[in-house]
Design a binder for this molecule. Structure first.
Ligand SMILES: [Fe+2]
Length: 239
């Protein structure tokens, strides 16, 4: 499996505080059958401003440490980027990292309480520039909880949708779980990812969510959300 949304690099955002903690999180992920993790530190979100150079350096350092500790996980570069006007320019200049630094797939974080007006036009403008936004943890956004059909329109204009593994489990907030299940039933989910920040809260475990998703969309489709689809995007291919 491949986890495309994880706060796994140490001391860069609100993820792990030490490299040892990063390694422990990766060990749990490896145990769950995860082979690759895209490191997606918060970027351009006001509180955290992880820059591309630091992320790329952090990825190299963590990969070295994982090999030294015989943890069979490969870390790839990325970022979770808060929506903002100048995104296309920042991506083209290399200031903002896309998934696996491929210049195509962008993990996009929206405000939790409202959908910015004109979001569909914004998604379309990214598409015109060759960038595909992946809407991060869609089930956590209250506007989508109230009206998950809004995502249908965004997908039609080019967005892709990621939900958190935690959102499908019994431990999830009921509103989040209901939204995640509705999106799955309506085939509006392209990725399940952990959005791990630590071993508490949202651990880097995808298998439990795949089991939950299998009951809704069948095993093959559920597995595609953590294997085939992530593999395609880290290689810059279409889904
Ligand atoms: Fe995140």
């Amino acid at each position: 499996m491949i986890d495309i949304h994880a706060h796994i690099l140490p001391f860069i955002d609100d993820g792990p505080k030490t490299i040892e903690e990063s390694i422990e999180i990766c060990k749990v992920a490896a145990n769950d059958g995860i082979k690759k993790i895209v490191a997606t530190p918060h970027s351009k979100d006001g509180a955290y401003e992880a820059n591309s150079g630091d992320i790329l350096k952090g990825v190299d350092q963590l990969n070295l440490q994982l090999r030294a500790n015989q943890v069979d996980i490969e870390i790839l570069p990325g970022a979770e980027v808060r929506i903002n006007e100048g995104l296309v320019k920042c991506i083209k200049s290399g200031e903002v990292l896309t998934i696996n630094n491929g210049g195509k797939y962008l993990l996009l974080e929206l405000p939790f309480v409202f959908v910015p007006p004109g979001l569909d036009n914004f998604v379309f403008s990214l598409k015109i520039s060759g960038i595909v936004p992946i809407i991060a943890h869609a089930e956590r956004i209250s506007a989508f909880q109230k009206n998950p059909g809004l995502l249908d329109q965004l997908v039609r204009v080019g967005a892709r949708v990621q939900i958190n593994a935690h959102g499908l489990t019994k431990r999830a907030n009921p509103r989040e779980r209901k939204c995640a299940e509705w999106l799955l039933k309506n085939r509006l989910v392209h990725f399940i990812a952990s959005d791990t920040h630590s071993l508490k809260g949202r651990p880097p475990i995808l298998s439990e969510a795949v089991e939950c998703a299998s009951r809704i969309v069948g095993e093959e489709s559920a597995m595609a959300l953590v294997c085939h689809n992530p593999e395609q995007i880290i290689n810059g291919l279409d889904i």
